[in-house]
Design a protein around this ligand. Structure first.
Ligand SMILES: [Fe+2]
Length: 339
């Protein structure tokens, strides 16, 4: 039966370093049996030269190569030349200081001699798996940074009347979510949904987006497609199904008269209902080419009037009361946090 370890190690290129020829052969054979492609070398100098030349998925090295702890030299070469490559260190004399040094370097796992083959294979698989997860995390972070900076600029380039809209909606959405006790994981997805909610406008011709005066039925249909276009654009974003849902739902209404799907009430989850309300708040509170900014008392009266129609009634009342009580500070970031 195929195990997680065997699939993790399959066809992985491993650099094995040990000054004892018999041990080197045994380690190499163990890893080959687990599906790895190994390069076995007996000293640190050769290992460092190979790391400069080519890439590996894992380095497995003894701590003592000869009389010195040259395993650290190999680990250091991996860290500087191949920072993505994890190192598994073999040692006969584990120590606290050694573990601390390991944590500071690229050493992911320490295996104590005499080596139990199962323990060694598990440590190698775990080191590769962890390094791969970290690589994925870094890629996602980079992806997010691109989205966070590029997406709003693209939308604003298409529709200059909404300059700064996405950033303000992030702030309003996040503050309201915090006040409503939404958990940090959902808030993170919600911030991304707030940022990207209008990304589908990229598919709407500028002549329609910036048209002054009433839209024709056909033009309205094109505009009303933008939540679905946004949902489709974000299709390849990994692990972001909630973000996509809240993007496609940002023009839905509590009474089911919104678009594109006419969802009702709690068919849109709380974070999605928060985004709907925050998005409208920004549209009302800011001046647009076709209207001045609404005063806050007019906005809070509107939210009360639309409670149970456009908006989740409870949310609408929380916001209306908050605006009456605190004014614009209701949506301002918290300033009472100590850290
Ligand atoms: Fe929109």
């Amino acid at each position: 039966m195929e195990t997680l370890q065997s699939t993790t190690l399959q066809t992985r290129r491993v650099l094995v370093v040990d000054d004892d020829q018999a041990t080197l052969r045994t380690l190499g054979q163990l890893l080959e049996d687990a599906g790895c492609e190994t390069t076995c070398v007996p000293d640190a100098h050769l290992a460092c030269a190979l790391l400069a030349e080519r890439n590996y998925d894992l380095v497995l090295t003894d701590l003592y190569l000869g009389t010195d702890q040259l395993g650290y030299t190999v680990a250091e070469a991996a860290r500087t030349r191949r920072p993505q490559v994890p190192v598994v260190m073999l040692t006969g004399r584990p120590s606290f200081h050694g573990a601390v040094d390991a944590l500071r370097s690229s050493i992911r796992e320490i295996v104590v001699k005499p080596v139990d083959p199962d323990v060694l294979i598990e440590a190698c698989a775990k080191a590769i798996e962890t390094a791969s997860l970290e690589r994925k995390r870094r890629q996602l972070e980079a992806q997010n940074r691109v989205l966070m900076t590029v997406a709003p600029r693209m939308i604003e380039a298409k529709d200059p009347t909404t300059s700064g809209h996405a950033e303000r909606v992030i702030q309003y959405t996040d503050r309201l979510a915090e006040r409503c006790g939404v958990g940090e994981e959902d808030r993170e997805s919600l911030r991304m949904a707030a940022l990207l909610h209008d990304v589908g406008k990229i598919g709407v011709p500028r002549a329609i987006l910036c048209k002054e005066g009433p839209l024709t039925a056909a033009e309205r249909e094109v505009i009303q497609a933008h939540p679905q276009v946004g949902y489709d654009i974000l299709a390849d974003l990994e692990d972001c199904e909630d973000v996509r849902l809240w993007v496609v739902q940002h023009h839905e209404r509590w009474d089911g008269r919104g678009y594109p799907h006419g969802l009702r009430g709690e068919e849109v989850a709380l974070p999605g209902r928060i985004l709907i309300l925050a998005e409208v708040y920004d549209a009302l509170a800011e001046a647009r080419s076709y209207k001045p900014a609404w005063p806050l008392d007019k906005i809070s009266a509107f939210f009360r009037e639309q409670a149970g129609k456009h908006f989740d009634p409870e949310l609408a009342h929380i916001v209306a009361d908050g605006l009456d009580r605190e004014g614009r500070r209701f949506f301002a970031p918290r300033t009472d946090l100590l850290f």
